[in-house]
Design a protein around this ligand. Structure first.
Ligand SMILES: [Zn+2]
Length: 51
């Protein structure tokens, strides 16, 4: 997993599946879950647009 940052500053973790598909995770101490949009700014997550 690689940590990336949304344009709003929210940490997003990226996991690559089979080297091609990027799955986005929100991680906290208690849990992790997959997301398609940033929970803070609502931006659709795109691997090419994350820092
Ligand atoms: Zn965001």
């Amino acid at each position: 997993m690689q940590r990336r940052t949304c344009q709003c500053g929210r940490d997003i973790w990226v996991q690559y599946k089979k080297g091609r598909f990027a799955v986005f995770w929100l991680m906290s101490i208690e849990f992790g879950k997959t997301v398609h949009r940033c929970p803070d700014c609502g931006r659709r997550l795109d691997i090419d647009e994350l820092d």
